[in-house]
Unconditional design. Structure first.
Length: 67
């Protein structure tokens, strides 16, 4: 029997334009300093892996947390 894939739990998903990246990183760090679990692409996406699938999975998991 295979183990279910464990998805990390996040409180916030930060979606942004690349030109806003410095401001978004600063925001993410401030949120973390207050104990909020942040999903940020540069922290969570692994180079060389399909990023669209990863985004779909994390968004789906965040939506299911809200239900």
């Amino acid at each position: 029997m295979s183990e279910p894939t464990r998805q990390p739990q996040f409180d916030v998903f930060l979606s942004h334009n690349s030109k806003d990246k410095p401001a978004v990183i600063a925001l993410a760090k401030r949120l973390q300093a207050h104990g909020i679990k942040v999903w940020l692409d540069i922290w969570e996406l692994r180079p060389g892996h399909p990023w669209q699938e990863a985004l779909e999975e994390i968004i789906e998991s965040l939506v299911s947390q809200q239900k």
